[in-house]
Design a protein around this ligand. Structure first.
Ligand SMILES: C[S@@+](CC[C@H](N)C(=O)[O-])C[C@H]1O[C@@H](n2cnc3c(N)ncnc32)[C@H](O)[C@@H]1O
Length: 277
């Protein structure tokens, strides 16, 4: 099975708009009254959710004139956060058609569909002309992409000179086998976790200069401990949460991530890079 089919199959839920609509109803809201903060716990599918996004995107110096690319946007939670906070225009691309469709529905609910367009595309073969975007970022996507060099080359091509790229991915930080399932793959076949050095050498070979890197290990362990305790509470997980995306194996995925990070096999790491003028 090609990597792209495997990825889309892994993430496809089947009735995500309905599941999120039920969650919205359970918190006493409707599609007309739900806001960006209500949706953060379900539409930001990466370690640390909205808190991680805010601190990560602040390093990219985004301004209202920018056209920003959200690479592997998923449901577009970070796209909406960026458009709302910085006033920029955002294009999101993702392989999973259901995420793109659901994300565009949510943009309409929130009145952000003029500023944001989510498209069904492969990040390694983008349809956009050279130098389309002032900024690009990627949140927890590279773990599904084996060809890091093709990815880096393609991102370099679509970013303008002087533009910035931010990556926040789960990366290999030590030896040892990963325990599966994890949120991005049910088994090793769907996983392409690489060390930070591979990312950095692909980015440098594409032409980027590396500006910063940050390991978010402790923050990640705290995030998963909170997720685990919410899921185990007497009331069960909250109506809107990542369990809606991770399905019946959510508890195993959370437990395995706590283990994989605690054993120092992987950690979420940020890299900020620049395409020189
Ligand atoms: C863990 S989710 C993260 C989604 C989103 N970035 C977020 O943080 O909420 C990974 C996403 O990457 C997408 N993806 C994986 N490989 C991709 C590729 N080659 N091109 C575009 N999207 C891809 C998947 O479809 C999935 O939506």
């Amino acid at each position: 099975m090609p990597e792209s089919t495997l990825v889309a199959k892994h993430y496809t839920h089947g009735s995500l708009v309905d599941a999120i609509s039920r969650g919205i109803q359970a918190i006493g809201k409707t599609a007309d009254t739900v806001d960006i903060d209500d949706l953060g716990p379900v539409d930001e599918f990466h370690i640390g959710g909205r808190i991680a996004t805010a601190s990560f995107l602040d390093q990219l110096d985004i301004d209202p004139a920018h056209h920003v690319l959200d690479v592997g946007c998923g449901l577009g939670g970070a796209s909406r956060f960026a458009a709302n906070k910085y006033g920029c225009r955002v294009t999101g691309v993702d392989l999973t058609q259901e995420y793109v469709d659901t994300g565009n529905v949510i943009c309409q609910w929130l009145g952000l569909d003029e500023k944001i367009n989510l498209e069904s595309e492969d990040a390694t073969q983008l349809p956009h002309p050279d130098e389309t975007f002032e900024r690009a970022y990627m949140l927890h996507v590279g773990m599904n992409i084996a060809e890091k060099q093709s990815l880096a080359n393609e991102l370099y091509r679509v970013i303008r000179s002087g533009g910035r790229l931010g990556i926040y991915d789960v990366m290999r930080v030590g030896d040892g086998e990963l325990t599966f399932p994890v949120p991005w793959a049910s088994e090793p076949r769907g996983s392409s976790v690489d060390p930070i050095e591979i990312y950095k050498s692909a980015l440098k070979a594409a032409g980027f200069n590396i500006l910063a890197e940050r390991n978010r290990r402790d923050f990640a362990l705290e995030f998963f401990a909170q997720l685990k305790s919410k899921a185990a509470s007497a009331d069960g997980p909250p109506p809107l949460g990542l369990h809606l995306l991770m399905g019946s194996t959510a508890a195993a995925k959370i437990g395995n991530m706590i283990e994989n990070i605690s054993r120092n096999v992987v950690a979420p790491v940020e890299i900020v890079a620049e395409k020189a003028v």
